[in-house]
Structures are given as structure tokens and as C-alpha cells.
Design a protein around this ligand. Structure first.
Ligand SMILES: Cc1cc2nc3c(=O)[nH]c(=O)nc-3n(C[C@H](O)[C@H](O)[C@H](O)COP(=O)(O)OP(=O)(O)OC[C@H]3O[C@@H](n4cnc5c(N)ncnc54)[C@H](O)[C@@H]3O)c2cc1C
Length: 380
């Protein structure tokens, strides 16, 4: 598997997927045929996470090929990401509590034999070991495999979900605070209280095309329990007025300014901000750091090609910027944490898609789904 670090390549991948594979997506998407045979899913998440291509672009392109009803499953999946993001924005303490809990279990489990065997891919479960290798080698796992992996981690290896979520964030090219934390919480049974995801031998065999044997799992474990209840904290996602002639900060989640809602606004200068491992609670693997930095350079090059004044800076240099500065909203995660913990107060610009979608993230995805036609009608 190869994840190329440019918008041009991401667009090529999107076009090819839509032309050749989208028609079979809903039928085949749950199969993990192995890393050499991934054409049944889009593999676009590393690019979408970094805003190299947007959800709107993908949905629009898919609808130029097939009708909404033929495309419904794919569009729903694309908007799961947007939903998880909004869900977390309305309950920011889920992320901050996760980091606190992670710190605690990290010291408790640092010498735990199950944990050490799991992260080295040396358990007695062949498929799990193979997925660990794949995660480290390709920095990507299929969605169904992420579900099996998390379930085995939590219910068969009996490890805390927080440590598994950390491992994913370290290695995934698409590592995202919302999709990852909430995906793990969902498998554990603390996202939808009392409902967990239990991987089973027959399901893994069927959807991996019988690639694995000896899958002895705990298929009867009860869901994990959390006493914490997170009420919605009302947020304001309105954009400030008079944004022009200010400096604009772009973080690692919005790396396609020239197709963004703000492409026609005139900013004084654009700063592309990268965030070092020293400033992250979860230290990223070298390949992930490199991938991010190549994506940021690709955005720099595209801005320069459009004669837009821009500069690459590190997070720690934001304080030194002269003049009024605003930022494209980095969303809950390590970048926003850095700004908050360093008392850097900025006005943020929110994407229209997020402003429109996040108001429907107060309940479950089932409810959110009803609003999908309304959401997409705002940009189609
Ligand atoms: C435990 C766990 C952890 C996860 N961690 C992450 C993560 O850190 N970052 C991340 O981007 N996704 C995460 N996911 C969601 C999902 O697994 C990936 O987005 C998907 O596998 C990406 O592959 P794809 O682009 O080929 O997906 P496709 O099947 O082609 O789907 C198209 C797009 O829809 C979105 N999407 C699909 N399924 C989901 C989903 N379940 N949740 C949210 N968005 C979805 C993604 O943007 C994806 O690129 C996680 C899921 C689980 C169960």
C-alpha cells in the first residue's frame, strides 16, 4: 500500500475509486482482502483527515457519477467522520479525560506482559499479530479490521482501550482525535452505553476471505462500564466578521486552502503551522511525522504556485507573528490543546460543512443520518 503525500495524487485516487469501485462499495466494503487488495474501499482517510481533499469534493464527485440512492452508503461513511467530529466538539471533556486516563494506564501497564506482547505482535492470535505488522508497515488498517483489532485488544487481551487508541494514533496516517477516540469508545461499549462490539471467529474468517486460522477469542465478554456521563456543552461556531487583511494560520487538518470556503478572501499572509512531537501528548511514529510534513510542504507549494504569500512555521512561533491573526479551526485534538495550554487566543474560521452538520451531532448517528440530504443540499 502506498499513501502519496500530494493533493494531485489524492485526486487521482479519488477519481479512480469513483470510476472503478464505487459501484460495488456497499456490497464489498466490509471485506478486508489484505493490504495488496484494497480497491473495495477508497483508502482516502489519510488525505481527508488532513483536509487535502474535502468531504464536499468527494460527495459532489460521487454524485456526478451515481444518484444519491445508489451512493447513500458511501456518503454516510464520509459523513461519519463529520459526525464524530461534531459529537466531540459538543463534549470536549471526552478528549481531555481520555488524555488523563491514558496517562494513568500508561504507567500502570508499562510492564504488563499482555500489553508488551500485543504491541510487538507476539500474541497467540495470528490475525492480531499480522494486523500489528500491517499497522506499523502501512500506517493504515481497514475499518472492519480496526473494529476486530480494538475488540480483541479490549475483550480478549483485556487491555485498556485508551492504550489501544494511543497505539492507533501513533501509527495511523489518518490518526484523528474524534474518529479514533470515539471509535475505540464505541467498540468498548462506553460510547453507546452498554452496547459493545464483539469480534467473532466466523465473522473474521468470512470477511478476511479465510486468510487466518486459530482465532480463539472471548466472544462473550460484557461491555466496559464508565460512570462518566458527558452532557452537551453549547458552543458557538460562528465566524468572525472582517477577516480580510489579517494573517491566517492553517493547521494540519485543513491543507487545501485553494478549495476552501475562504479561498476568495484576501489574507495578509498565510502561515502553515506544524506541531512537533514534543508538544503532543501522543508521540507520533517517524513515518507519520514525515507524512504530515510532506503534506504541509505540498500545500505550501500549491499556495506559492498561486502567488499567495505563505510561510511554514512551528506551533511555538505563533506568538511571534506580527499583526492580527486568525486561524482555520484546528478541531479538538493536539493542536487546539497546544493553543489553549499556551494561552494563545485566536478567532477561528469554521467550515460551512461543520457549521451546518455539527448542530445535528447532539444525538446518535441514527438521528444524524436523517439530516444528510439537508446537509448535502447546502453544497450540491
Ligand atoms: C477503533 C477505530 C479507530 C478508528 N480511527 C480512525 C482514525 O484515527 N482516523 C480516521 O480517519 N478514521 C478512523 N476510524 C474510522 C475508519 O476505520 C477509517 O476512517 C476508514 O477505515 C478509512 O479507510 P477508507 O478511507 O478506505 O474508508 P472508506 O470505507 O473508503 O470510507 C470513506 C471515508 O469515510 C470515512 N469513514 C468511513 N468509516 C468511518 C468511520 N467508522 N468513522 C469515521 N469515518 C469513517 C473516512 O473519512 C473514510 O476515508 C476508526 C475506526 C475504528 C473502529
Amino acid at each position: 500500500m502506498k499513501f502519496e503525500s500530494s493533493r494531485a495524487k489524492a485526486i487521482e485516487k479519488l477519481n479512480e475509486f469513483i470510476e472503478k469501485n464505487l459501484s460495488e462499495y456497499s456490497k464489498l466494503r466490509n471485506f478486508d482482502f489484505g493490504p495488496k487488495k484494497r480497491s473495495n474501499v477508497s483508502c482516502l482517510s489519510p488525505h481527508i483527515t488532513h483536509g487535502i481533499i474535502s468531504e464536499q469534493e468527494i460527495i459532489k464527485k460521487s454524485l456526478s457519477k451515481f444518484s444519491f440512492s445508489k451512493n447513500e452508503k458511501f456518503i454516510q461513511e464520509i459523513l461519519w467522520r463529520t459526525y464524530w467530529k461534531g459529537w466531540l466538539e459538543l463534549r470536549p471533556n471526552v478528549w481531555s479525560d481520555y488524555l488523563v486516563e491514558l496517562n494513568k494506564v500508561k504507567s500502570e501497564f508499562k510492564n504488563n506482559q499482555n500489553y508488551l506482547a500485543a504491541i510487538d505482535g507476539k500474541t497467540s492470535i495470528e490475525c492480531f499479530n499480522s494486523w500489528i505488522d500491517e499497522l506499523k508497515e502501512n500506517n493504515y488498517l481497514h475499518n472492519h479490521t480496526r473494529m476486530w483489532f480494538a475488540s480483541i485488544w479490549i475483550f480478549t487481551l483485556e487491555l485498556p482501550w485508551q492504550l489501544g487508541a494511543e497505539l492507533f494514533m501513533k501509527h495511523l496516517y489518518d490518526g484523528d482525535a474524534a474518529s479514533n477516540t470515539l471509535g475505540w469508545r464505541w467498540v468498548a461499549g462506553v460510547q453507546t452505553q452498554g452496547k459493545h462490539y464483539l469480534a467473532s471467529e466466523w465473522n473474521i474468517k468470512k470477511f478476511t476471505n479465510n486468510r487466518f486460522n486459530n482465532i480463539k477469542l472471548n466472544e462473550n465478554a460484557p461491555p466496559k462500564i464508565s460512570e462518566k456521563i458527558y452532557s452537551i456543552i453549547k458552543q458557538n461556531f460562528n465566524n468572525p466578521q472582517n477577516i480580510e487583511d489579517k494573517n491566517l494560520l492553517i493547521f494540519e487538518n485543513n491543507l487545501s486552502f485553494e478549495t476552501s470556503d475562504f479561498q476568495n478572501n484576501k489574507f495578509k499572509k498565510i502561515f502553515l503551522v506544524s506541531n512537533k512531537n514534543e508538544n503532543r501528548s501522543i508521540k507520533l511514529n517517524k513515518k507519520v511525522v514525515k507524512f504530515k510534513s510532506l503534506l504541509i510542504s505540498d500545500q505550501e507549494q500549491r499556495l506559492k504556485n498561486n502567488s499567495i504569500d505563505c510561510e511554514l512555521i512551528d506551533m511555538s512561533e505563533i506568538k511571534n507573528i506580527d499583526g492580527q491573526t486568525i486561524g482555520l479551526y484546528p478541531t479538538i485534538g493536539e493542536n487546539l490543546d497546544y493553543l489553549n495550554s499556551n494561552n494563545i487566543k485566536l478567532d477561528f474560521l469554521y467550515r460551512k460543512l461543520d457549521q451546518c452538520s455539527w448542530q445535528y451531532c447532539n444525538k446518535g448517528f441514527f438521528n444524524f443520518k436523517n439530516y444528510i440530504p439537508k446537509i448535502i443540499s447546502t453544497f450540491i
